[in-house]
Design a protein around this ligand. Sequence first.
Ligand code: TRP
Length: 473
Amino acid sequence: MTDCQEANSPMELYEKLTAQGDKVRALKTDKAEKAEVVAAVQMLLKLKVDYKQTTGQDYKAGCPPSETAAAVTDNGPAADGDGGEDNVDPWNVSTTNAKGVDYDKLIVRFGSSKVEKELVDRIEKVSGQKPHRFLRRGIFFSHRDMHQVLDAYEKHKSFYLYTGRGPSSEAMHVGHLIPFIFTKWLQDVFDIPLVIQLTDDEKYLWKDLSLEDCHRFAVENAKDIIACGFDVNKTFIFSDLDYMGASPDFYRNVVKIQKHVTFNQVKGIFGFTDSDCIGKISFPAIQAAPSFSSSFPQIFGGRKDIQCLIPCAIDQDPYFRMTRDVAPRIGYPKPALLHSTFFPALQGAQTKMSASDANTSIFLTDTPKQIKSKINKHAFSGGKDTVEEHRKYGGNADVDVSFMYLTFFLEDDEQLEKIRQDYTSGALLTGELKKILTETLQPMIAQHQERRKQVTDETVKQFMTPRPLNFNL
Ligand code: TRP
């Protein structure tokens, strides 16, 4: 495995914690804005939890971690050697920067490629469609092998899409829709098949949930996914708990992958330790398997050479670095990837949203009233404290969560740019900005709820039945 690692060593964590403690004290002494202090304290607590998980010890200022703990979990420095302020892996996302994670740095660290304007233009040319706003605005900001996918497509060699979701609860929030909204667009403009993996097995292994609950969440989440508008003739949605046992070809691929990845490699990539259960250690092979067309003989008729493109949030990249490493060794093409940034929590871009805290996010089940009050109460503002100051100095759109949400959901580029300018100049007040966001999200969520209501058990069954799909490859 040549890719870099993003886990923090105990010493790095210790140093971060010490620095964060200093920062909190300084903010309190300087009587900084409450939200800023709260964010800094939250960060401190999170680091303490990470520290305990990594070292098995409680953090004590002035007492660096002991050698033995460091020897077990040190995964080496990040490739850029600066230790970084961001922590991104499939289970944790955090940063100390209010603008959010430094995505350019992440590209360097993960060794992926930036989605340049040239690539967006090419997607437009090849698909014949205006690029989705997520591409125009750098929300899908990083990729692997997209040019190769487009080269092949131009020569009439098609590809298929693979994405997924870990069903950890019944409640999905707007951030969860990002990969699905984008995948639906890709399916429409390229007219290609799509497989969606629901990793109910993963959630059982990682969380304190029963198998039955995880499976039930998978089916419930499938309804929200279907409500995004996928074409039933081109889409196969599967629960691992069901499909693994029903598909010999899928399981054969899982075993092939398992044979070609060592414990050392997954330790390096995912930071597993000796006390993680063996289910976790072998799970990455299950998330890798859908990247290979031979895992779906009912769709691809046993062909093993069809290229896969995976749209996903950047935190899933470790799985697919591993997959790409294994692919040539078992005779399959490497999957291509398109990575998105994270959808920020209402409280700020330091962290992604959490399904377990209702106030960090807008849920797909929220009423218009709840949406309004959550935005007004919790959306972190880049505005000034008083109207006078705001008019005089203007707001900071870069850290303003309402503005960030509009970049995800407001379709009109000119309107968005005007909002940015007016907010920055002070012409637009925070309350007015929040109102625009509220009025953008309310109809969007109401329409989603309406479409979800139309999704019957019968529809879910159709999507989740292994069957041939309709397409020309
Ligand atoms: N592990 C992902 C999660 O917890 C779910 C997932 C499985 C996924 N396969 C994927 C996400 C492919 C993106 C692409 O949410």
